[in-house]
Design a protein around this ligand. Structure first.
Ligand SMILES: [Zn+2]
Length: 337
């Protein structure tokens, strides 16, 4: 086993080392930093990249990685774990939802990024080159942003080569969240991958996106889900001998829709996370700034509320929630739809 080096920081076999990558300023632009950790095992194996804080106010995975850095014993690991502790530092420090305070962009829509682009594009470029390019497997760890009341679930991206989709499916089961959204809608062009996990998939690397945590709260049971999820991935990938078993009977969300606002104003939800709805049930309404209702948004089909916005500000085009339908028993696992 050779030492492992990222950004000038070297971890010897059987050791953990941390450092900070610089995201340089362009002319007249801001710079920022990306704190990371290398957990380098004692035997060869996969390189698993765990990314927290792509959205800077989704704190549960950020706190989980703080704990996992301390709790994972590198002597017990085969392969290497790369942790990105806070991917979107400008959003984290300025406490913004969705958008970077620097450029107004959503980091998880600008991948694979550009070395000479906006601050968000430059962050994406560094993550693509320094972490996704090195990794054999990627998990992008999200949660309910400051406005999102969310029940835990994972995304299984089915686009890309069949063997990559199959390995991604197995990762989603290994992470342990029982609700798994079957996502067939991600771009397939590696130059326009848009999302972090899809940047891995379009480069032939299995990846998942996970969602744990509700409205930026650091709930212990949600942090525990991430710790358990990472332990499941380590076991599944053969990186650690001990670990929890994969989900035995997942709830596959085979039909889902993000519901979006057609107008700008104040949003009033009529449902809560996890609630079952019928087609046509009111999800919420949007008023103007004087209280007159402008839009009522209904469920397009029967399903369950995976997340719903629970704070008033809403801008035309933004999500107000997501409804998903649990598939009847289907060919998966075992078949790529
Ligand atoms: Zn997110």
């Amino acid at each position: 086993m050779d030492p492992y080096t990222v950004g000038g920081v070297t971890a010897l076999p059987g050791s953990t080392a941390s450092g900070t990558l610089a995201v340089g300023a362009t002319a007249g632009g801001e710079s920022t930093t990306i704190p990371f950790t290398i957990v380098h095992g004692t035997r060869p194996g996969p390189v698993l990249a765990l990314v927290a804080g792509t959205h800077g106010s989704e704190y549960v995975p950020i706190i989980a990685l703080q704990r996992l850095r301390a709790s994972i014993d590198p002597a017990m690991i085969s392969g290497t774990i790369l942790m990105v502790h806070v991917a979107n530092m400008p959003s984290f420090l300025r406490r913004t939802v969705y958008y970077s305070p620097g450029d107004g962009q959503n980091l998880n829509r600008v991948f694979p990024g550009k070395p000479d682009g906006t601050l968000s594009e430059r962050i994406a470029d560094v993550i693509t080159r320094e972490f996704i390019a090195r990794a054999t497997h990627v998990a992008d760890l999200h949660g309910g942003d400051g406005n999102e009341s969310l029940r835990p679930y994972s995304y299984w991206i089915t686009t890309g080569p069949e063997d990559v989709a199959e390995q991604s499916r197995a990762m989603a089961l290994a992470f342990g969240l029982e609700y798994i959204v079957v996502d067939r809608s991600r771009p397939t062009d590696p130059a326009k991958s848009s999302f972090l996990s899809n940047t891995a998939i379009t480069r032939g690397k299995p990846a998942i996106t996970t969602e744990t945590g509700d409205r930026s709260r650091v709930d212990e049971d949600m942090v525990a889900l991430v710790e358990r999820g990472v332990a499941g991935l380590l076991k599944h990938l053969g990186m650690r001998a001990e670990g929890p078993a994969p989900v035995a009977a997942a709830h596959w969300i085979d039909r889902e829709q993000v519901l979006r606002a057609d107008v700008t104003g104040l949003f009033y939800p009529s449902v809560v996370k996890g609630q079952t709805v019928e087609a046509g049930d009111l999800i919420g309404r949007i008023t103007d700034f004087h209280g007159h209702t402008l839009e009522s948004i209904s469920a397009p089909f029967a399903g369950e509320i995976l997340y719903v916005v629970e704070t008033p500000p809403i801008t035309k085009g933004e999500p107000i929630g997501m409804v998903g339908t649990i598939a009847p028993p289907l060919p998966y696992p075992g078949t790529i739809p």
